[in-house]
Every structure is written in structure tokens, then in C-alpha cells.
Design a binder for this molecule. Sequence first.
Ligand code: ASP
Length: 470
Amino acid sequence: MSTTPDSPADQHTEDSGGHGNLTYFIIGAIVAAIAVALLLPALLEKETALTIFHTVETGGEVFLRALMMMVVPLVVASVMSGILGLGDVRKLGKPGFTAVAYYLSTTVLAVVVGLVWVNLIQPGKNSEAKPPESEEVVVTTENKAELLEQLEQQTGLEKEKLAKLFPVLEEGLPGKGPDIGTIMKGLVLMLFTDNLLHSAANTDLLPLIVFAIIFAGMLTTMGDRVQSITTMIGQINEAMMSFVMLLMNIAPIGIFCLVASKFGIAQAEGKFLDVISETAGFISTVLAGLGTHAFITLPLILWFFTRKNPYRFMKAMSRALLTAFSTASSSATLPVTMDAANEAGVSKKSTDFVLPLGATINMDGTALYEAAAAIFIANITPDFDMTFGKQIIIAVTATLAAIGAAGIPEAGLVTMLIVLNAVGLPPDAIGAVLAIDWLLDRFRTATNTFGDACGAAIVDTSFETEDASP
Ligand code: ASP
């Protein structure tokens, strides 16, 4: 049960099964959890069922926290040891370019797939038209419009004047949503932090990755003087991976608790089967889109570049995909993704930096979802005219919004406000997808994770070519 970095024997050992029947146990846990989630509320009183599910929730939370507590040290150690293993940060040039090109092109492809499906199915057009109930909406980050509204009432000053006094609130003015320039600025600034510890404390991975690349790159130029630090980073990385494997032993229990509690609470509160039937058109659109991307587009790309059997690769990655489904967080899943990808034959050279970066910025499922959801919302918004130009704006902003979304549950919902704003849809229209987001989030997170894994396998081939040319 150990990963030996970079040994050639490590390569092409798909399905070598270092975890025995773990995947089957995880599948069993998910099926059992969904059965319990559906049965208990039917058999017991609502309050009793909820009490049981809230108790079970603690077990899930423990597993989730155990995964999350590994993410920051694992990302820093793995990115650093990846660069140190290369021996020179400049060798990251071609793989780095391949990774970024892969992330961008697959995200755009995902958006296109989402747009094609949503235009075909047209969810919400006739049947399930149900304008959002704004009172129930909790707008989290983008509450500037709301603040302006409140201030206007409290001070009697007009919104425009208030926005001049408090420029930070300007985006809250009607029609003053963030433009592409503002979004791009935000994305660039996301790469850098003025306080590394603050970023670590918030699991803000992007600046940590940037720091790790620069720091390790510098170490590679310092030779023997930094030998102990270099060795130590490699050892921390290996120890962290062993920790992940240890945690995998309790994964089926953790996953059972996570899924049973989340689905059970939703079912007891009428937010599972009922909501599914209410928004069936939208759900099928998203699932058709995610399915097309995960089972056709990504496998084709993977096969084209690696000539690996994509479905065997998917099977080898299944424990990471199931963890992604259960946690709804690609960051929390990252330790499992790294472990599974190594076992699936992707070299540590590649997984060490492609997966942490991918878990942070490569979100195909999220991009697809945001594009499809925006059109669904437009369909149910009375008198909203969806032109081809607006669909292009949705495509661009959904790509950027997905890059900006964190790898945590329902992060896509927050960045979707950027997409809605860009085409002039009201932010509170998001209420239309709020009730079902927790469920669809799981499918898009699994798609995100599979996209990251395929990226690592593809970038791996660019290392091989580079090694071949001295
Ligand atoms: N939960 C997703 C992830 O972690 C992000 C999102 O789409 O909300 O990848």
C-alpha cells in the first residue's frame, strides 16, 4: 500500500487495485444511504427521521473534515515536490502550457455541450414555468444591490448618490453588474495573496499553488544548501499520501453518513423527490449535458492524446468520482483523486501539480451547469428575450465564473450571479435552482474531478515527450 513516486512500474497499472474492493464498498454505501434516506422519512415521523439524519450527519462531517484538513499541506507539499522532482522549474513550461490549454478548451467545450442540450430541451419554456420566489432567496456574496436598497430606505438618499459615496457598492446599481474586465481583474488577483497564512486558513488554494511553484523553483537553484528542506518536502508529501490511504479505509462509512444525512434531510423536508419532479426538465438537461461531457467528450479527448482506454481509466478513478459525488467538493476530494490517479498509472510528476491546480480552476461540470441554468432561468423569466448574442455572453461568463468558483459545495451557485448579471437577469432569479442545486452539485463535482484526472493523464504524456528530448 505505498506509492513509489515516478517508478516506471507505477505507470500503466490501471486497476492494479491497491485498495481491494474499496470502490464496491463505496458504491454499496451510496446505494444503502439513498435507500435509508428514502425509507426512514416514509416509515418514521418527520422529527424522528430528522433527528436520526442529523446524528448521522456528524459522522459525515468528521470524514469531510478529515479530508479537508489534508488539503492545504498536501497541495503545498505535492506541488513543491513535483517541481523539485523536475529539478528545474523551467521544465514545467510545456506541461504547464498543456495543462492550461486543456483546462480552458475542455471548459469551453463543456459550456458548448451545456448550451446545445439546454437549447434542445428548452427546460422551463412551457410546463414547469415557476418564477422564483424572491423572499426565500439568500443572496450571499453579491448583496450589494440589497445593501443599496436598505441604505436608500434608511438614509433617504438616492442609490446613485449612495454609490458615489461608497464606490464599492456601485455594482449594486441596476445594470451595473460586473463587466468582463472586472471579472478578469478578479481572476488575476485570485492568483496572488498578501497573506499566505490567511489563504491557507481559508483553503484558498490558488495563491498557495503560486507560492509553492515559486518557492520550489527557487529551491531547485540553491543546490546542496537546501538539501534538507528538499528531502523534507518529499517526505512530507509521501507521508501525506499514506495518510490519505489510511483515511480511505473508513471512506465507505464516511460516505454513507454524508449521503444518508444529506439526502435524508432533503427527503424529510420535501426537497428531494418532490423537487426532482418539479424541475425534471432542468435536471434532465443538466444530467444529459454532464453525461455527454463525462462519457463522450472527455473520453474522446483522453483517448486521442493518450490512447488509453478511457472507460478503464474512469473505472480506475471511480473511488475519486464517488467521493466527489458524496462530498460535492473537488477540493475535499483532491487527496483521493491524487491517490486514485497514481494508482491508475498517472505519474506523480503530473498528478503533483495538475490535480491541485485542476481542483481549483478546472471546472467543466460547473461551467456547463452555469450556462444551462442561466438559460433555464431566462426561460422562466417573463418577457426575457434570449438572443444568440446573449448566449455567447453566457458562454464566456460561465467559463470565467467556473474558473473563479472554489472547489467547495455549491460554489457554482454563487459565481452564477456573474453570469445572470452579465445578461441582465435579476440575481434573485437564482431562487429557481436553489432547491435542487445541492443534488446537481454532486454530479457536476464528479464531472469536474473526472476532467482533472483526464487532464493529469494527458499532461503526463507531455512530460514523457520532454524527457525523451534531452
Ligand atoms: N462543488 C463544485 C466543486 O467542488 C463547485 C460547484 O460547482 O459548486 O467542484
